[in-house]
Every structure is written in structure tokens, then in C-alpha cells.
Design a protein around this ligand. Structure first.
Ligand code: CLR
Length: 860
């Protein structure tokens, strides 16, 4: 399989050595990636992507066909009963459950993406034929598995109604495949058991299926009669396919809303399906069956096609009668089927809205949902569609008035121009798109074989484990060592429900309840990248330029360490003009940051010490793949070392939030970082954040490897390790561990997973308060309330802050003005990129005349 044509061809042949690349497909480059590489490829049109809500209308395969989906000439991948597997050199290297993955296809580009949460496959077919074959087979397999899942789901409910535990040996769940093996199935509360049981007993589970089968038989009979009549009277043979199409069109048209306006009303999904098929079929019918522009109803069709001017024979008279009576039967059966479906729907609705059942079973229902993933899939489809739009308009301001988590039916919010706390922009990207390529999926410029990486990785791990651990000695910094309140449990917050309730919105426009927030904002998250600023101090005292580079590299890696424990909550999104200062006498630096742009959101920061200057402006793009969200930062990080007058600059890698919508969320960083010394070409550094190898164990997670190269490209130093565990450099005169993350504070899981450094950031001491500008994050009331554990008040306050900001922005816009950041100015760097640089005023004003004596922004 191929990600990006020729690039990947090249990478493949290098990366996998003797890899047999099939005539049609290439192996996915899953394990190495380059965030920089992604920009090399032109972006394909988003509109060309379609999220498969299986099953393609024109395909008529059954899942059974998929048991043997080893399409010839399609490399070494195959679809087995449950999994998409990848083979290389005869070894199975990875597998994903195709039926549970979100599948998006791009026919034009012949691309297929499968997002299974933990694993993302991006594939490209070499020919349209192969593309078609794969889409067909994958879809057929998924449909088959879905039906199977629905069956199991049914079995599950029946088992519930009989009070049996599903993990019973012979439970249908056993057939579901390895993905469920070992997972404890929901334990059933007897009260619910009774309810479900009563409910199930009142319905005959197969009645609907029986009705439909009957309908189908009758329709077949009707079709036979019409055909016969037609050939008898006109001598023409009615095309079997035509009639079938008409009938299926009729079925679809039943869905169509009464009102036929140009605008799509009602249930968008049903409509789009109808419309899509309608477009397909009607154009097809127009050309193939002489039926004109409109699609007639069955009776119309029967009368136009089958009714002769006058009955010509007794045989045809008889046929007419038969057709009439059969039509009546079909009508009656359809009515019964419709009624049964309506009743079932009503029962489901009632069961769902019954508070008691709902509350007590929500966990179990969640489980069921994730098992069957049928409904979830359709939501994914919508969410996926939402996420493709870019977020650049003023209209993305959004306040969710009703923040309580609500499991009720989809609700729409009426507020049109709203401010939102972007994940409020988790999503807080400058743009969010469904992408054609990703850092992860990109062909990587990494040329070393996987084995070499794996070996080096084992070596680094062994060396790191021998290095003495960092002692958990809490140095007395005079700062707080604990947050005032523990974090709220947000496991009940159904993200899917929130997103479902916001259908039609870009992901980045969806506001979340405060229980999902952590009491730091993105300006503070940026500051956390300085937690290991001592590495820069060391670099500034290292005379050898190559060794110096090793420390700079370790610093660049260390900024990612905090992600290990920070995937349950999201930072506050700073409002425009918000600032955050951080003076760390103990570490010798002072830091200032400001939110300089709202659309796109940009946070600029600058820190200075005796040894270094550090600055960056943070902006990024989102790519949502259905289950995972990739964050692709676009700004550069800059460090100057005072002693050597050097300026280092590097890019950031992609951060992927896997399983973003579930509690199994985790963060991964991947891609390549290139560190350049802008003042001298004596050395450069390449760091690879290795994408977790899907065939590897947990041992290969969070791997990082790097090299310092001299001017001619020779490797001078090698280092490696894990961004959450430490970095070891074995080429130094004295091979050593150059960085290890600080041990986490006690009970850190109760405190948002914060490090000691993070705990200290938002502290507001009485001596500091009068010195801060009123725009400082520490003074932001909603964040303070959250820190104090007052969740409900936080929600209210957050609305107020956002409302305030919205009003202010409206006023500025009305005046035709633009907000000018106070402490940063926009300029172009040497490479012509737009950057935000510190304008030097903050610390001066703070010192004299002091922020209390100048005009400030009132943000809250
Ligand atoms: C639904 C919610 C609770 C999910 C949690 C989302 C969290 C994990 C997301 C939201 C915003 C994200 C951050 C956005 C931007 C960056 C800058 C990048 O250079 C490193 C990763 C980092 C710092 C992200 C880490 C993960 C992050 C904090």
C-alpha cells in the first residue's frame, strides 16, 4: 500500500529492504513519519473524501465473500475474518479490526483510510480497478461484521432478559473475535434485568424480520406477474434490473420528506443517502429505462408499463386481477412492517428516555454501543463530516448555554454567534480538516530499517534503566506542592453525545463542559515546555558544538514529557489579550506569553535567562480521522545561547490524540524534528519521534532516536530513548543519560496528572497579585473556580467570560478596528514566515510604572 505515490515507493524500498512491493499496493509507512514531509504534498480536495457508512449501493456482495479476501496482486495485506492484517516477509506485522474502524475513501485519489483509534492505515491503490476491489471487499466485510455484531447485540439483550451473564462460555460474544477476549462484560443489575426482560418479553423479536421476508416474497411474485403481463401484451421484455431499481427507489423515496424544497430538511443522513442514491439512480434510470425525469411510483409504473389499452385475452385479464390482489397484499405487508418498526422505535425511545433505566444502564449501554458500533459509526460519519470544515469565521463563537451533560435526544442550540472555549478548540486549531495526508501517514525520510531502530531502542532502554533514577526529593521552592482541590471525574461525560448534539458544527466549534478542563490554559501549557530549562543552561556551558547540540535536542524532547499524564483534560483556551507571566528565580528565567490572535488561535511566548532566550508562537492544524485527532503545529521553536551567540531553531512534531472520544484516550508524538543552528552550519540534528510500531509491544511506545550530524552529514553523536522516560547518549566521551523526567508528585492522578512544575504555575500569592496585569491567567475567574473544585460555578463563569469577550470583539469589529497585541509584534523571519516576537515592553512596564498605573484590557 502506498501513502503518497512516488515518495513512498522510494521510502518503502529503502525502509523495508527486500520488501516485495506488489504490483498494486504498498505497505503503509506506519512507523516512521515526518511532520515536515506532509507539506510536500499537495492537499487533495476535502470534498473528494467520503466516510463509508457501508454499504455502497452498487455492490452486492455478502460478507461471506470476505472470508477469502486475498485479492491477487494486492501485496501482502489481507482481510481475514475480523482483521486487516499486514504481512511483510511472511511475518504478520499488524492487524486492525476493519469492522470497528472508521473507513474513509477518496475515489479520485484512490485512497482508503482506516482509523481504528490506535492505528491509522492510509492506503493508496495503484489502479482504479484495485481501488474498487478493495473498497468492495472491505465494505462487504464490514457489512458482514456489522450484521454479525447486531446479531450478537440481540443475543446480548436476550441473555440479559434471561439473567444470564454474557461472559458465559457459550455466549455469542465469544465469536466476536479477539478484540473482546478478556474484556469483562457488563455486569447486570437485577433491577434493570427485570425491566429489560419485561420489555423483551412484550415484543416478538423476529416479527419484523418475518414481515419483511413476506414482503419480499410478495414483491417477487408481483414482479413476476408484471413481467409476464408485459411480455404478453407488448411483446417487450421488462428489464428485471429496471424494476428492481424502481422498487428500491420507491423504498428510498419513502424516506423523503414531504416538503420538497431546495434545502435539505429533516434528518440529514437519511436525506443524503436518499439524495445520493436518488442522483445515481435517477440519472441511471433516465438513460436506461426510458422513464423520463421523474421516478414514478410502483402503481404508476405498473399502469404505464403494464396496462394495455384493453385486455386482449382472458389470460391477461386474470393477470390483471392477480396483480391487483398481489399489490394489495404487498401494501398490507408493508403497512404491518411499518407498524412493527414504529412500535419498536417507540419502545426504544421510551426505554432510552426513562431516567432510571438510562442512568443505571448508561455504562452498560455505552459498552453495547462500543461493541456494536453501529450507531457510533453513523455519528462518526457526521462528526467526520463536521470536522472537515475550517474554522475561520467569526461565527464560530459559541457558548453552550446548557452545559450539563445530557443524554437526551439531539438538541440544537439556537445561539448563532457565540464564543467558545475551543475544544473548545481542542481542537483549538487554526484549521481543522479531514486530511489527505498526515505527518504520521506521510512517507518519511527515514531510511533505516526497522530492525536497526528496534535494536537501538532496546539498547537505549537498557542503558536508561541502568542510569540512576531521579530522586523524588521535593526541593523547597517556596511554592505550593499541591492543588487546592482534586480533579473532577469526567468519565461520565459522553463526548460522543456532546458532539452528536452539535451536529453541523466543526469539532473546533463545540464547547465542552468545564469538567473536561484542567486549571491551566494553553499559555501555561507552553510554559511547561521550560520545565527542563536546565538542559539549556548546560548547553550554554558546553564548549563542544556537537555536544551542545545534544543538550539542545534533549531539551526539545523534554517538552513533550508531560503529555504522558495529560490526556484526560484539556487546557483552557486563552481569550484574546490574555497573558501569563512566570518568574522562576530558582531556574533563572522569566517567561511572558500572550494570546495574540483568536482566529486562528495563536499563543506567543518569550523567556529569558542569563544563559538563553527562548521563544515560539504556537499555532496548529487539526486533522480528525474518525477516532484520532492529529495536531500539527506549524510554528518554530527558537533558542539562543548567550555565551556562543548561537540561534537554534526547530519544528515540532505531530501530536496524535488516539481514541479522542473515549476514555482510552492517549497521546502520541511522531515525526521528525530538524534542529538548525542559524548562526553556523557546523552541525545539525535530526530527531525522530517514532510512531509506535503496531506490531511491537508497549516497549516500542514513545520511542525517540536522534543524530547530530557534522557539516558533511557524518554522524557525530547518536542518542535515543523515550520521551516519557529519558534520553541516553552513548557517543559522548562519557556515555550517559542526559535527561530523565522528574518523578510525578504523590497522587498525581487525582490532580489532573500535573507535574510539580504544573502545580506551581497557577499559584496566586498575595505579594504577586498587585504586580500582575489584570489580563494574567491567574486572575481569570473561571479557571480559578475550577482549580478550587467548584465545577458548576466554573461553567457559569466561563459562559460569562466568553460572552464578555464576544461583546468586546463585536465592538472592535463594528469600529472596523483590529486588536493589537500589547507585548508581541508580528513580523517575518529570515525564511519569510510570519512570526510573533516579544516587543520588550512587558517587564519594563511591570517594573515602572507598574501595571496598576497603566491602562489595561478588561477581559473578565
Ligand atoms: C476531550 C478532551 C478532554 C480531550 C483532551 C485533549 C487534550 C489532551 C489536548 C487538547 C489540546 C492539546 C494540545 C494542543 C497543542 C499542543 C502543542 C503541541 O506542540 C504539543 C501538544 C499540545 C500541547 C496538545 C496536547 C494535547 C492537548 C492538551
Amino acid at each position: 500500500m502506498d501513502y503518497h505515490g512516488s515518495t513512498v515507493d522510494h521510502v518503502q524500498s529503502q525502509a523495508s529492504g527486500v520488501e516485495k512491493v506488489s504490483s498494486g499496493w504498498h505497505k503503509p509507512t506506519h512507523s516512521r513519519s515526518s511532520s515536515t514531509a506532509s507539506s510536500r504534498h499537495s492537499r487533495l480536495n476535502i470534498k473528494d473524501w467520503e466516510v463509508m457508512d457501508d454499504f455502497p449501493a452498487d455492490l452486492n456482495l455478502t460478507g461471506e465473500n470476505m472470508q477469502d479476501a486475498n485479492t491477487p496482486g494486492i501485496c501482502e495485506e489481507k482481510i481475514t475474518d475480523l482483521f486487516f492484517q499486514q504481512f511483510s516477509k511472511g511475518k504478520m506485522h499488524g492487524a486492525l479490526d476493519v469492522s470497528l474502524a472508521v473507513m474513509s475513501v477518496n475515489k479520485k485519489a484512490r485512497r482508503i483510510d482506516l482509523d481504528a483509534g490506535g492505528i491509522l492505515y492510509h492506503m493508496k491503490a495503484k489502479t482504479p480497478d484495485l481501488y474498487h476491489t478493495w473498497v468492495t471487499k472491505l465494505s462487504a466485510h464490514r457489512t458482514y461484521k456489522k450484521n454479525e455484531a447486531a446479531h450478537v447485540h440481540n443475543g446480548f439483550l436476550q441473555a440479559l432478559s434471561h439473567g444470564s451473564h454474557l461472559s458465559h462460555k457459550n455466549s455469542p460474544m465469544q465469536d466476536m473475535g479477539t478484540s473482546y477476549v478478556g474484556e469483562p462484560l457488563p455486569c447486570v443489575n437485577p433491577a434493570i434485568n427485570g425491566k429489560v426482560s419485561a420489555w423483551l418479553q412484550t415484543q416478538e423479536p423476529d416479527i419484523c424480520a418475518q414481515e419483511l421476508t413476506r414482503c419480499q416474497m410478495e414483491l417477487n411474485e408481483l414482479q413476476r406477474l408484471v413481467q409476464k403481463l408485459h411480455s404478453l401484451e407488448s411483446g417487450q421484455v421488462v428489464n428485471n434490473g429496471d424494476l428492481q431499481r424502481i422498487i428500491s427507489m420507491q423504498n428510498l423515496l419513502l424516506d423523503k420528506p414531504k416538503k420538497k424544497t431546495g434545502k435539505i430538511l429533516g434528518h440529514s443522513r437519511t436525506l443524503s443517502r436518499v439524495e445520493a442514491l436518488g442522483m445515481l439512480s435517477s440519472s441511471h434510470l433516465n438513460s436506461s429505462s426510458h422513464l423520463g425525469t421523474s421516478v414514478p411510483s410502483i402503481p404508476d409504473y405498473v399502469s404505464t408499463q403494464a396496462t394495455p389499452p384493453a385486455p386482449t385475452s382472458s389470460e391477461s385479464k386474470k393477470l390483471h386481477q392477480d396483480i391487483c390482489s398481489m399489490s394489495l397484499k404487498v401494501h398490507a405487508s408493508l403497512c404491518t412492517a411499518h407498524e412493527t418498526l414504529a412500535q419498536e422505535r417507540q419502545r426504544l425511545l421510551e426505554a432510552w428516555s426513562s431516567r432510571e433505566l438510562h442512568q443505571t444502564t448508561s455504562a452498560q449501554i455505552n459498552n453495547l454501543c462500543s461493541l456494536a458500533e453501529l450507531d457510533v459509526k453513523s455519528r462518526h460519519t457526521k462528526i467526520h463530516k463536521l470536522s472537515v470544515s475550517t474554522d475561520s469565521s467569526e461565527e464560530s463563537f459559541r457558548t453552550v448555554l446548557q452545559r450539563k451533560v445530557c443524554h437526551c435526544l439531539p438538541r440544537t442550540y439556537s445561539s448563532s454567534a457565540e464564543y467558545f472555549d475551543a475544544c473548545d478548540e481542542l481542537m483549538c486549531a487554526s484549521s481543522s480538516e479531514m486530511s489527505d495526508e498526515s505527518g504520521l501517514s506521510d512517507g518519511s525520510s527515514n531510511s533505516e530499517p526497522d530492525e536497526a531502530y528496534a535494536m537501538a531502542s532496546r539498547k537505549y532502554r537498557a542503558s536508561l534503566s541502568k542510569a540512576p533514577p531521579k530522586l523524588n526529593t521535593i526541593k523547597n521552592t517556596g511554592r505550593r506542592a499541591i492543588l487546592p482541590a482534586v480533579c473532577p471525574d469526567n468519565s461520565h461525560v459522553g463526548l460522543m453525545t456532546i458532539l452528536y448534539n452539535n451536529i453541523g458544527k466543526d469539532l473546533s466549534r463545540v464547547s465542552m463542559p468545564a469538567a473536561l478542563n484542567e486549571p491551566v490554559c494553553l499559555l501555561q501549557r507552553l510554559c511547561e515546555e521550560l520545565e527542563y530549562s536546565d538542559l539549556l543552561d548546560t548547553a550554554n556551558h558546553t564548549d563542544d558544538p556537537y555536544q551542545r547540540m545534544v543538550y539542545i535536542a534533549a531539551f526539545a524532547i523534554s517538552g513533550y514529557a508531560t503529555a504522558q499524564y495529560r490526556n484526560r483534560y484539556k487546557p483552557f483556551n486563552p481569550v484574546l489579550g490574555e497573558t501569563f507571566e512566570c518568574i522562576r528565580e530558582d531556574r533563572g528565567f522569566h517567561y511572558i506569553s500572550e494570546q495574540v490572535s483568536h482566529h486562528p488561535p495563536i499563543s506567543a511566548c518569550h523567556a529569558e535567562s542569563d544563559n538563553f532566550n527562548f521563544w515560539q508562537d504556537q499555532r496548529w492544524k487539526n486533522k480528525f480521522w474518525g477516532k484520532s485527532l492529529e495536531i500539527m503545529p506549524t510554528g518554530m521553536v527558537n533558542v539562543t545561547l548567550k555565551k556562543y551567540g548561537e540561534h537554534y531553531e526547530w519544528n515540532k512534531v505531530v501530536t496524535c490524540i488516539h481514541n479522542v472520544l473515549s476514555q482510552q484516550r492517549y497521546l502520541e508524538h511522531y515525526g521528525e524534528v530538524i534542529i538548525r543552528n542559524l548562526k553556523s552550519s557546523v552541525c545539525t540534528c535530526k530527531i525522530t519521534f517514532v510512531k509506535s510500531r503496531y506490531w511491537g509491544s508497549d516497549g516500542s511506545k514513545n520511542e525517540v532516536q536522534g543524530q547530530v550530524l557534522d557539516e558533511t552529514g557524518n554522524v557525530v553523536h547518536r542518542f535515543g530513548g523515550f520521551w516519557h522516560e529519558g534520553i541516553f547518549c552513548d557517543t559522548l566521551p562519557n556515555p550517559q543519560c542526559i535527561w530523565k523526567p522528574n518523578p510525578q508528585p504523590k497522587n498525581y492522578m487525582l490532580y489532573y496528572g500535573f507535574s510539580r512544575f504544573a502545580i506551581e504555575m497557577n499559584e496566586l500569592t498575595p505579594d504577586l497579585k498587585p504586580l500582575l496585569p489584570p489580563t494574567d491567567t491567574r486572575l481569570r475567574p473561571d479557571q480559578r473556580l475550577l482549580e478550587e473544585g467548584k465545577i458548576e460555578e466554573t461553567d457559569k463563569k466561563k459562559d460569562e467570560v466568553e460572552e464578555n469577550q464576544r461583546e468586546w470583539r463585536k465592538i472592535i469589529a463594528k469600529r472596523g478596528e483590529e486588536h493589537i497585541p500589547r507585548f508581541f509584534r508580528k513580523t517575518l523571519d529570515a525564511a519569510g514566515r510570519e512570526v510573533w516576537l516579544y516587543n520588550g515592553t512587558y517587564w519594563k512596564i511591570r517594573e515602572n510604572p507598574g501595571f496598576v498605573n497603566v491602562k489595561n484590557l478588561e477581559l473578565w
